[in-house]
Design a protein around this ligand. Structure first.
Ligand SMILES: Nc1ncnc2c1ncn2[C@@H]1O[C@H](COP(=O)(O)OP(=O)(O)OP(=O)(O)O)[C@@H](O)[C@H]1O
Ligand SMILES: O=c1[nH]c(=O)c2[nH+]cn([C@@H]3O[C@H](COP(=O)(O)O)[C@@H](O)[C@H]3O)c2[nH]1
Ligand SMILES: NC(=O)CC[C@H](N)C(=O)O
Ligand SMILES: [Mg+2]
Length: 541
């Protein structure tokens, strides 16, 4: 894999060095939105150890002060690499530091909006490039307690605010710029335009990062990695990430990619057959469904603790998947022994790792830690012989969706709400039995159908029906009943870290409630969960 080209070998790439700011990943987002490919690495990355050459470098903000003894330091080679550099907040302060200017704590810390007045330098046209075409002033967003007190030699002021006379500086003849404000946050009016001036005009990146161009390059890359015969195995759930990754693999190596869906008995109503239909029939992906419902439900018998349920499902999943991988390996060995050399062996395991998984696991203080694997089954296989292949590793979720659309994956799949690995088991509070699964599957399918019919599916980030482990009294058909309760959950969120409950139109709720109580046996009440996260979580267990 070492000789194989990486994405940064195909595109003009901006290097973002992370000094630990909470906004660092937003710099990455903005560059990508400007169709410029970028990668974020910890600030400890030495330029001489980098295997590729960036077109420009952006230094992020930081919770540290440059005068702290343990402050993260910029590699001085950054300024000798012959490429443009933009320092943001701490990045500006560290640049000032390196070039011999002065940084001190402010008398008044500055958080929030400020008005930046652009200063044009007639004698130094080069310095004006960062704000070229921007006249007068603009609203920017600040978050700092330190400030530049003295600009370094050969730097001029290109922007100032009431309280920050060095809010933006530039070298007089080198493409080195520093800004105190956070151009990467959307509150900074024209912030994205400023980043655009840096990456497009100053670094001369062409704006070629589009999913259209990614597809063909990535398919070519996958083919190089896998060679003529290499086979790839992948677990797919029908979720966005695994579907897009599977379709991409199929485009690259056809039936040498084998997808496996494990029916763990706690999938949604008819989900296994629907995923099979879409992946196999509509998308042509070589998919095998393993029915392991009895095995999973057997192991879940008598278990009520949420974390135990998760563990049992995770471990059983690995057991099933490993057994299948071993079976396929055995088959391949046999075929090779029989002289069918063309068959090839499974050498690779597909994993749907996304870029946020990669950058979340970067520690800005040191070499990148291991990638989070808790949601990705592939990474959990014990003493795995298979090597990992991660075609979505450089992409954000919205890029994955755009890629999915270009691969002609139907919209309903590309826009699919996430579904947790432990499935309905964590939506059946208390013990999971086959009859409980049937109740919640039926209620959930009615709920999702009504949400879709009302045109609300894409307005809601995640919705599901849950089954509460209590009974209540009701009256149905003149008869007293003593039955269970369905709880409806629907939330809106951007990052799933915090969430708000979705405010349904009353008529939709009425329809959902009456259909569930009329059609789902074993249920006589429907309740609506109106809890935000925090204090609640999105799932109930
Ligand atoms: N029932 C299943 N059968 C096979 N693989 C599964 C199953 N459930 C989960 N996986 C694997 O676990 C991975 C992680 O699941 P996760 O829910 O985080 O992602 P996803 O399902 O691909 O996408 P989304 O985040 O949109 O749900 C999946 O990509 C898939 O490889
Ligand atoms: O693959 C998964 N395995 C799990 O064990 C799990 N628990 C929660 N989730 C999903 O994570 C998001 C946040 O959910 P919570 O607010 O309940 O933590 C929501 O999108 C949840 O559906 C899981 N996904
Ligand atoms: N957001 C930042 O980069 C802050 C830098 C530095 N810690 C300050 O307070 O000024
Ligand atoms: Mg999923």
């Amino acid at each position: 894999m070492d000789q194989t080209k990486a994405v940064h070998d195909f595109y003009s790439t901006i290097l973002i060095l992370d000094f630990g700011s909470q906004y660092s990943h937003l710099i990455t987002r903005r560059c990508r939105e400007l169709n410029v490919y970028c990668e974020m690495l910890p600030c400890t990355q030495k330029l001489k150890d980098l295997s590729w050459k960036p077109k420009g470098i952006i230094l992020s903000g930081s919770p540290y002060s440059t005068y702290d003894t343990d402050a993260p330091r910029v590699d001085p080679d950054v300024f000798n690499a012959g490429v443009p550099v933009l320092g943001i907040c701490y990045g500006l302060q560290e640049t000032t530091n390196v070039f011999g200017g002065k940084v001190e704590a402010c008398d008044h810390r500055e958080y929030g909006f400020a008005q930046l007045d652009i200063v044009h330098n007639d004698q130094h046209p080069h310095a004006n490039k960062l704000f070229e075409g921007i006249q007068g002033s603009m609203q920017v967003w600040m978050s700092h307690g330190d400030a530049v007190r003295e600009a370094p030699k050969d730097f001029v002021v290109i922007g100032k605010t009431n309280t920050a006379p060095f809010a933006a500086i530039a070298h007089v003849n080198k493409p080195i710029y520093g800004i105190q404000f956070h151009a990467e946050v959307t509150h900074s009016q024209r912030g994205k335009e400023v980043i655009g001036k840096f990456v497009h005009d100053i670094c001369q990146c062409k704006g070629e990062w589009t999913m259209e161009s990614f597809i063909s390059k990535e398919i070519q890359r996958i083919r190089e990695i896998c060679g003529d015969k290499g086979k790839v195995l992948g677990a797919v759930s029908g979720g966005v990430d695994s579907t897009v990754a599977a379709k991409l693999m199929h485009e690259a190596i056809g039936d040498r990619f084998q997808a496996v869906l494990v029916d763990n008995g706690v999938l949604r109503l008819n989900e296994a057959s629907q995923v099979y239909k879409t992946l196999r029939q509509d998308l042509g992906v070589n998919l095998k469904v393993i029915d392991a419902a009895d095995l999973f439900l057997g192991k879940l018998e008598g278990v009520t603790d949420p974390e135990k349920k998760r563990k049992i499902i995770g471990n059983t999943f690995i057991e099933v998947f490993e057994a299948e991988a071993a079976r396929l390996e055995g088959e391949a060995e046999k075929e090779i022994e029989q002289g069918k050399f063309s068959k090839g062996k499974f050498e690779w395991l597909l994993q749907g790792t996304l870029y946020p998984d990669v950058i979340e696991s970067i520690s800005f203080k040191g070499p990148s830690a291991t990638i989070k694997t808790h949601h990705n089954v592939g990474g959990l296989l014990a003493d795995m012989k298979l090597k990992l292949i991660e075609p979505l590793r450089e992409l954000f979720k919205d890029e994955v969706r755009a890629l999915g659309r270009l691969l002609e994956i139907p919209d309903h799949l590309v826009n699919r709400q996430p579904f947790p690995g432990p499935g309905l088991a964590i939506r059946i509070l208390g013990e999971v039995t086959r009859s409980q699964v049937e109740i919640v599957q039926h209620a959930d399918s009615i709920y999702m159908e009504e949400i879709t019919n009302a045109g609300l599916y894409n307005q809601i980030s995640q919705a599901y029906a849950a089954l509460l482990p209590v009974k209540a009294v009701g009256v149905q058909g003149d008869k007293r009943t003593y039955e269970q309760i369905i709880a409806l959950r629907a939330v809106t969120t951007t990052d799933f870290m915090t969430a708000d409950w979705f405010d349904f139109p009353h008529d939709v709720l009425k329809r959902i409630s009456s259909r569930i109580t009329n059609q789902v046996r074993g249920v006589n009440r429907v309740m609506l969960d109106v809890s935000s996260k925090p204090p609640a979580t999105i799932e109930m267990e």
